[in-house]
Design a protein around this ligand. Structure first.
Ligand code: GCB
Length: 623
């Protein structure tokens, strides 16, 4: 690993002491200030909730063309003579609307990042306004929520000029209550999204992926009864594997509200009544279920009822746990044959956000012979985990605590915790998700370790049914490598990234590396790989050729197989992806080229090396 990639800027600059560094820190520092001031001045209204299984509810879909205003100076937030474009309902006689008009402004498609929809916006990072109108029929005694699948990075939403919520975090879903703001007939909704990278963000200023801005996932309006199921959790009991346990939470319920859970195909039924907090524990004997696994991705139709609300879901049941250095799926040791994936849309670029993108990516995962994938480095569109449930692909899901976020800051911890909460809440009904990853390649120091130990504890509390992991850096030289990062103590499964043969040595270097592991826990190689330009051929020692990349894979497979407790791998990465830090002309041209498949779908030689290893069960050990 390159040192530069994991140290905070200030530390790197202290070491280098150059003018370039002064400019580097200065520029990003002022950008952060600029970005923070309007947010600080604005009222902060937390999203009301994250509606579980919202994609299973009937909704008013707000996808489609939205009017947009580019606002690099955040003028619309500032008020004054020509501010407040979010409020079109100004008192008669006001002249504020003179200098802007949503109606006359160009449109853009939602969901979708703005960068790939207009050539002039390709490199734009900053403020951006979205607006559209919709017809609504109010229903007495119901509540309405604006559901935003993802808005990168900070956002605010108004309905009919009324501020509903502010949100930070570019990859998680949230719902803002709109009950009092919506009206019968014509309504307007305005969403402001600011994609400016900020130093105290999660992620922070520098990442190895493109900062696609905007409303990158579906937007909808959800109408529910006055009291409704906002959250539930159902899982197979680890100890017996013959009972379903969990809870249902009914928001706004009076104590004593009747709740029922049914799995009609299995003839299972449970019921109970809510306590004063709207909570009811669920427990039902469930012997004889077909347990979910990659070989049998069986899903059951689940019907939840609470008062006037009915919610259905498609859910699988399985257990996941560790025993010593083994990972047990349904009590049996499993080896995870996987691949890392970014949410980069195949063929068209931009963010993955439709069924076609997801089917293409997961089709390649299956073709590879994989049973597992790491969704790097942030929560992906919900379609990914839904389809993984159906196709039988186990999932590692992650939050963007990436490289050196500001671990010393309590509010950065709060942001990471909020993202974990939103991620877990959205996907806890997805049986495919077995690992929550709290971080990627973070610097090994006590402040970081304390921060991430708290994250691991938080995740264990929020979801005790799954395993906690992180992708760690390793230390050592080309002869001996150590996996002994003290953060490993807080994890159930240890992920480790290494790039022997690419950032270090040649492919053959892997042959003589000896691995020393300080933990009796399952190990997953969460990244290895190297770059290749699809269609470029050469000798196996010619960098960027498909042959060189394939050679890295061959030697890595030999090396990794010598680690007895290696329970899985996710090489880096399924498909080439856009990244502003990959600028080698003729080879990278703005793309990280470590994909096994190019962004235009061409499979490289290494794809077939890994496919062969998976088909022959020749990588990793189940026990
Ligand atoms: C890493 C990072 C990943 C990068 C990759 C690379 O270690 O986790 O985000 O894209 O290396 O290509 O260098």
């Amino acid at each position: 690993m390159l040192l530069l990639r994991v140290l905070p800027k200030a530390a790197v600059c202290a070491a280098l002491l150059s003018l370039v560094c002064l400019i580097w820190v200065g520029v990003s520092g002022s950008a952060a200030l600029h970005a923070q001031s309007p947010a600080a001045a604005a009222p902060s209204v937390a999203p009301s909730t994250v509606l579980v299984a919202v994609d299973q509810r009937p909704v008013l879909n707000l996808d489609g063309e939205w009017h947009t205003i580019l606002d690099p100076y955040l003028n619309g937030l500032g008020g004054g003579r020509n501010g407040y474009p979010m409020d079109e309902e100004l008192p008669a006689g006001s002249n504020k609307l003179v200098e802007y008009s949503f109606a006359k402004s160009p449109t853009i498609k939602v969901p979708g990042d703005w960068n790939t929809q207009r050539v002039s916006l390709m490199n734009y990072e900053g403020g951006f306004w979205y607006e559209r109108h919709f017809q609504y029929q109010t229903q007495a005694g119901h509540r309405a929520f604006l559901h935003i699948g993802a808005a990168n990075y900070r956002s605010r939403a108004w309905v009919n000029g009324q501020l509903l919520c502010t949100h930070e975090g570019g990859f998680t879903a949230f719902d803002c209550e709109a009950t009092r703001a919506v009206k019968a007939g014509e309504n307007s909704v305005v969403i402001f999204v600011d994609s400016t990278r900020i130093a105290d963000g999660v992620p922070t200023l520098k990442t190895d992926w493109y900062n696609y801005g905007g409303l990158t996932r579906d937007v909808s309006l959800v109408t529910v009864p006055a009291s409704f199921i906002d959250d539930f959790e159902l899982h197979l009991d680890r100890a017996t594997r013959s009972a379903i346990e969990g809870y249902v939470h009914v928001e706004g319920a009076q104590a004593g509200t009747k709740v029922s859970v049914d799995l009609p195909a299995a003839k299972l039924h449970a019921e109970g009544v809510t306590d004063a907090d709207g909570h009811v524990a669920i427990s039902m004997a469930a012997a004889g279920l077909t347990l979910w696994s990659p070989e049998t991705p069986k899903l059951y139709h689940v019907v939840l009822k609470a008062g006037d609300d009915t919610l259905t879901d498609e859910m699988g049941f399985r257990t996941i746990e560790t025993s010593g250095s083994k990972i047990l799926l349904n009590g049996k040791p499993i080896v995870l044959h996987g691949i890392c994936i970014h949410a980069e849309a195949p063929f068209r670029s931009g963010r993955v956000n439709n069924d076609k993108d997801v089917a293409t990516l997961l089709g390649w995962v299956k073709e590879l012979g994989a049973n597992y994938m790491r969704l790097a480095h942030y929560p992906h569109d919900q379609r990914m985990t839904r389809l993984a449930d159906k196709m039988g692909i186990l999932v590692w899901s992650e939050v963007p605590v990436y490289w050196a976020v500001q671990f010393e800051k309590e509010d950065v911890f709060a942001k990471s915790q909020q993202q974990l909460h939103e991620e877990i809440r959205r996907d806890r009904d997805k049986v495919s998700v077995v690992l929550w990853s709290i971080a990627n390649e973070t610097p090994n120091n006590p402040t970081r370790t304390a921060f991430l130990t708290r994250s691991a504890e938080f995740v264990h509390r929020e979801d005790p049914t799954r395993l906690v992991t992180a992708a760690l850096l390793v230390r050592g030289d080309a002869k001996t490598k150590y996996i002994d990062d003290p953060l490993g103590k807080a994890l159930d499964v240890i992920g480790f990234n290494e790039y022997v043969g690419w950032y270090e040595g040649t492919p053959e270097t892997a042959d003589s590396v000896e691995w020393k592991v300080a933990f009796d826990k399952p190990l997953i190689n969460s990244e290895f790989g190297g770059g290749a330009k699809a269609g470029m051929h050469g000798a196996s020692d010619t960098r960027w050729s498909e042959e060189y990349q394939a050679e890295i894979y061959r030697h890595q497979i030999g090396m990794l197989n010598k680690i007895p407790q290696l329970r899985g791998v996710t090489p880096w990465i399924l498909m080439d992806f856009r990244s502003p830090v990959r600028n080698l002309p003729g080879m990278q041209d703005g793309y990280n080229r470590k994909g096994l498949v190019s962004d235009q779908g061409q499979k490289k030689a290494a794809f077939f090396v890994l496919q062969k290893a998976y088909k022959e069960n020749g990588l990793g050990h189940a026990e």
